[in-house]
Design a protein around this ligand. Structure first.
Ligand code: SF4
Ligand code: SF4
Length: 394
């Protein structure tokens, strides 16, 4: 942490790309201000409780890393700092209960599925619920799709070009099981054998993001042990999970197995592009696609051109970029539950920019962005990139 703090030269180049600075306009809610706050807390010159409201408001979107000319590794700061400060800060009872509940529900698909059903049943009584749980209820869809249990092995169709292991995700399996189904179909059709390791767990992103180091370590350790070594890549179709998997060496203190694991992690769009995506010969339909970059792809994994090139290579597809693409949509893990007002403002701004493209469909590579955008974008459907690739290349 100390090295990352010292690298900051306070130039301020990161300020225009910080979504919370854009919305709140306060230096303490900018990357530069937060770095100063963390430094002061670490040096003991500021009380953690004074700094935490500004650090809690950070989305962890990492736009500041992309913008920083000095190479400040903000990701090495914010999550380790949250973990370090967890036992040194105070929390009111309701936020504490909400955090406890989220950490025990979201990473477990069965529990989360049950809680989501109860939340949907309770929606007519939303106004009687504590304010702290209302944003969670607002994000639930009107119905849950039928679950699609996954097999352990999916054979490649045609000659095998690669063999991969897929992280299935947690909330995604409950809210949008069609994403894994489409991902697996696309991979199989491209000659890729897909393993879905049975013993895998949540990636730990949620716990890491909110400073629960013990739970993040336990998820990381479990996955490092559960995924096989003899695969060409470990794939994710959720940007937030992919970013967390890349951080396993940080979470597990440079453990060599974690480093090996992280070196194999790839986003599925990047993998397919690198493999040499075999596009269909003819267009199924003419379609204009607005490409929404998930922060944890764009900033977290520096994946930007692969999804565009992948979709753009399909006959009939025109890809359009969105204004202010580097700004977060306000989803950011559980941010739209923890900080609903800022998340809503960012959701509205992002939706305006998406709707201005006048595209037929918007795509994104992250379940969190997908749910957030579906709540705000009114003029076009929002789909996962792999779902659209599957529809257009089947
Ligand atoms: S751009 Fe980098 S060096 Fe400049 S203030 Fe932001 S974090 Fe610090
Ligand atoms: S991670 Fe995002 S919200 Fe947090 S300081 Fe950086 S740019 Fe701002």
């Amino acid at each position: 942490m100390a090295r990352a703090v010292q690298t900051c030269v306070h130039c301020g180049f990161c300020l225009p790309t910080c979504p919370t600075y854009q919305v709140l306009g306060d230096e303490m809610d900018s990357p530069r201000g937060r770095i100063v706050l963390m430094k002061q807390v670490l040096e003991g010159t500021r009380a953690p409780d004074e700094a935490m409201p500004h650090l809690d408001a950070c989305l962890g979107c990492l736009a500041c890393e992309t913008a920083c000319p000095s190479g400040v590794a903000y990701r090495d700061l914010i999550s380790p700092f949250r973990a370090w400060s967890e036992s040194r800060r105070s929390r009111d009872l309701v936020p504490r209960l909400r955090r406890w509940g989220m950490l025990r529900l979201l990473p477990f698909p069965e529990r989360f599925g049950l809680a989501a059903k109860l939340g949907m049943l309770a929606r007519p009584f939303r106004k009687l619920m504590p304010k702290a749980v209302q944003p969670m209820m607002d994000l639930l869809p009107s119905s849950l799709p039928k679950s699609e249990p996954l097999r352990e092995v999916y054979e490649a169709r045609g000659p095998r070009r690669a063999r991969v292991a897929l992280l299935a995700g947690c909330a995604q399996q409950v809210l949008a099981p069609e994403i894994n189904a489409a991902t697996i179909r696309v991979l199989q059709n491209q000659g890729v054998e897909v393993l879905v390791p049975r013993m895998q767990s949540c990636c730990g992103a949620l716990a890491w993001h909110v400073g629960d180091e013990a739970q993040a370590k336990s998820c990381a350790r479990n996955n490092v042990d559960a995924f096989p070594d003899d695969v060409d890549a470990i794939l994710t179709n959720a940007a937030g999970c992919g970013s967390a998997l890349h951080e396993y060496p940080l979470i597990l203190s440079d453990d060599p197995a974690a480093k090996r694991f992280a070196s194999k992690v790839k986003d599925v769009a990047q993998f397919l592009y690198d493999l040499g995506f075999q596009q269909p010969a003819t267009a199924r339909r003419e379609i204009t696609v607005a490409m929404q970059d998930a922060c944890h792809l764009l900033h977290g994994q520096r994946v930007q051109s692969a999804p565009r090139r992948l979709l753009g290579s399909i006959p009939g597809v025109t890809v359009r970029d969105i204004a202010d693409a580097e700004l977060c949509c306000g989803s950011a893990g559980t941010y739209n539950i923890d900080q609903p007002a800022i998340a809503a403002e960012l959701g509205r701004r992002k939706a305006e920019n998406i709707e201005a493209t006048k595209a037929d469909v918007c795509v994104t590579g992250n379940i969190g962005c997908l749910m957030q955008l579906r709540a705000y974008v009114k003029t076009m459907p929002v789909k996962h990139t792999m779902v659209l690739v599957d529809e257009l290349s089947d």
